[in-house]
Design a protein. Structure first.
Length: 327
């Protein structure tokens, strides 16, 4: 019952007012009792129907938290703090991000994403300017190691491998820790990929994957190229790939009949591609996101692109997309 306490409180209050109105109408205005009974039953039916309607949206303990309508759900303090910290991190405000992630970890010391955010904040500070901060770099590595253990311990091998490849280079495999090598190799084997523990070997492996992708793409073997594209994304952060290459990978995904795999690629291009690449990315995303819950995010990308390119309004496609977003 606690789950629906908010609803019951509102429903009880409403029915109480209805009962009071019926009582006054009967005793002071001589309203037909049959009509009063009808109005009372109608209100009960309305309340029951409203409850059933809300159940279809999975109402949770806090009144108004509708899981499928994120815009209606009140965010917790943890969520607000985490989003603010991630925003500061994304904007390069590493000092602010560090303080926010530390504040978050004081109340939630086992939050893996907060530890990773703290690691990224510290590492960002260690590389800023001419002077390198060795203490920040060392502390960042400690946080990265914590996150690796967290991912491996929580059966998240894909994320562990992605993080390992991300920090391999700034740190050597020996600095990261010899004990991680067999664990990551085993995790990679389970995912059907490989864990390379040497920076030069990793770069060579990435080069071979790119060459294989280009060969499959040129031959029109799009399903095979899609499989290679998936392997590339396991070995390289999305942000490290050139927008032009991301466009090609996205086009392969569309031709292979896998638009879900292509969407994040075009989304990344919409954020940092050149004028032509951005227009193509938004055109593709509009095909899948218009009139869906993702349309507000598409609008956000559209507005961000307008700030990056002053001449986009000269494009017919751009103007047409803006018109559709306003509908």
């Amino acid at each position: 019952m606690r789950k629906y306490s908010g609803f019951l409180m509102v429903a009880g209050t409403w029915l109480g007012f209805v009962a009071l109105w019926l009582f006054l109408a009967y005793h002071y205005f001589s309203v037909d009792p049959a009509l009063l009974v009808f109005v009372g039953l109608l209100n009960v039916v309305m309340v029951v129907c409203f409850f059933i309607w809300l159940r279809s949206f999975e109402v949770f303990p806090e009144w108004g938290e509708i899981s499928k309508w994120k815009g209606f759900r009140r965010k917790s303090q943890k969520e607000i703090l985490g989003e603010t910290a991630q925003k500061a991190l994304g904007q390069g405000d590493f000092n602010i991000a560090e303080n926010l992630f530390r504040e978050l970890l004081r109340d939630h010391p086992d939050d893996g994403e907060a530890h990773r955010g703290l690691a990224e904040s510290l590492f960002g500070q260690s590389n800023r300017g001419v002077r390198k901060d060795a203490e920040k770099r060392t502390e960042a590595l400690e946080q990265y190691q914590w996150v690796l253990r967290y991912y491996l311990g929580h059966q998240r091998p894909g994320e562990a491998l992605t993080l390992y490849r991300r920090i391999l280079g700034p740190y050597s495999a020996e600095e990261i820790g010899e004990k991680f090598k067999p664990l990551l190799s085993q995790a990679a084997e389970g995912l059907g990929t490989v864990a390379v523990h040497n920076r030069d070997d990793l770069l060579e492996y990435r080069r071979k994957l790119h060459a294989e992708f280009e060969g499959m793409e040129a031959a029109g073997k799009y399903p095979q190229a899609q499989a290679v594209s998936d392997e590339i994304l396991k070995n390289e952060p999305l942000g490290d790939l050139e927008p032009g290459f991301l466009i090609r990978m996205g086009e392969v995904g569309l031709r292979a009949g896998n638009p879900k795999a292509a969407e994040p690629l075009f989304e990344e291009v919409a954020k940092r591609g050149d004028r032509g690449q951005t227009l193509r990315a938004l055109e593709v995303l509009a095909r899948f996101w218009l009139k869906t819950p993702k349309q507000p995010h598409l609008t956000h990308l559209y507005q961000g692109s307008a700030e990056r390119f002053a001449t986009l309004d000269e494009s017919h496609e751009w103007v047409e997309l803006g018109r559709k977003l306003k509908q």
